[in-house]
Design a protein around this ligand. Sequence first.
Ligand code: NAD
Length: 473
Amino acid sequence: MRIFDQAYIDGAFRPVLGREELTLVDPTSEVETGRLRLADAQDAKLAVDAASRALPLWAASSKAERIDLLNALAEAVEARADVLTQATIEEYGGPVEQARWRAGLAAANFRIAAGLLADFPFTRWINQTEVVAQPVGVALHIVPWNSVYNAISVKLAGALAAGCPVVVKPSEFSPWQVSLLSECFHAAGAPSGLINVVTGLGPVVGEALTADPRIRKISFTGSTPVGKSILRASAERIQRVTLELGGKAPTIVLDDADPAQAARQALAIGFTNNGQACIAGTRILVQRGRIEAFSRAIVEAAQAIVPGDPRDPRTTLGPLVNLRQYERVGAYIRRGLEEGARPIIGGEGRPEGLERGYFIRPTVFADVTHDMAIAREEIFGPVLCLIAYEDDEDAIRIANDTPYGLHAYVLGRDLARARGIAARLDAGRVAINGLVHEPLAPFGGFKESGIGREYGLSGIEDHLELKAISGGA
Ligand code: NAD
């Protein structure tokens, strides 16, 4: 049994003051693995107190000090890559290879920020006016359970580079991954109060933090409904807000794409991270005349999917994170069936041979019309829709006919044509012929997928306030 009853505040691990507890369950076995003591408003206050004390010192720190710390953070997570990977596998159900890749992203995010900082222009001149970029203040980073190391590190890297202390509010479903990461922060020698971590419930510790007027920046990654509530709450204090929210990404399969290859790519894009990814391509758009051939290719490609224990290196699809997700995704599959969609792979229940665990059969629905709930709402599990389009114009129209706009994919042979289509899609990122992650490029959503951009220079700029100083010459 693992007991998580410490918060990382003011450079030390200290007992959580909140009294409420949560039982932790391994999503693969459904066996109880530990307990989490949930932080509350008292812990939130201590964390913001500490970050506020750290603000003047870190805001005045030199580039060299910030670069040293970012590199030390990268080294600390690299040194613990194995155990970080193990925690993702056991706590979250991530298959080995993906879990290892995700652990590696944390080190990369710190190193990239260190590299960009060296030449980052904190001041520039416009005629006789000096424009100064100063740290926005204490930042609050609220993150979900589905890509813990990456979400925390990419925000943190930008904030530290900009000169901001941080309070991290992780999800209550990732305490092991978070406590390991906190150990890395400590090992890297982060100054007291610069990085604080309080794990607890959103409506308790999350709301206490967002309501604290000393928090000047909120960077939130999570669902669109919670993002909206944070935006409303921040209006009271006009806190700067970045929102990285949900998605319903289209994967447009052009009529010159090889069906077998496109089917493999579409499944990889749709089922990444066990289907629990904001960037997952969950609406596969296929030209009507090619839909039968493409469906056959999907059935063929799906043979390679191996659902099972994520500790087994042969596994390609692990369980969902918790019972709530399992029930929610199952309900969407039933909803799809009721709405008249036809599963060409998958359907209700666990994959064959798996008697327990929060496993869902990887499912692709055909005969989906674009008004169905399964085609419009974010499911956050391995459930995809095949939607027919008439021509390229129609594909673009359907792709953009969604409240979301985080990511989009285009699969096809003619790259000029694919790029032309990409230019007309309303999404923060568009990838052609596969899942490509460029950590230096901006990342963020159009429409209800968010506000603002992070990664690369955007992640640093996101934590800065501009000031123009004129006169006196
Ligand atoms: P969620 O919105 O339920 O929770 C996210 C975080 O917000 C958690 O830490 C939660 O405790 C906290 N929270 C909840 N209510 C709060 C409140 N009232 N005040 C302050 N904090 C509160 O999301 P989730 O279920 O943890 O994660 C899945 C969602 O995250 C999906 O919608 C997915 O698309 C989205 N996501 C987006 C991105 C992106 O970069 N755009 C990346 C990963 C996940």
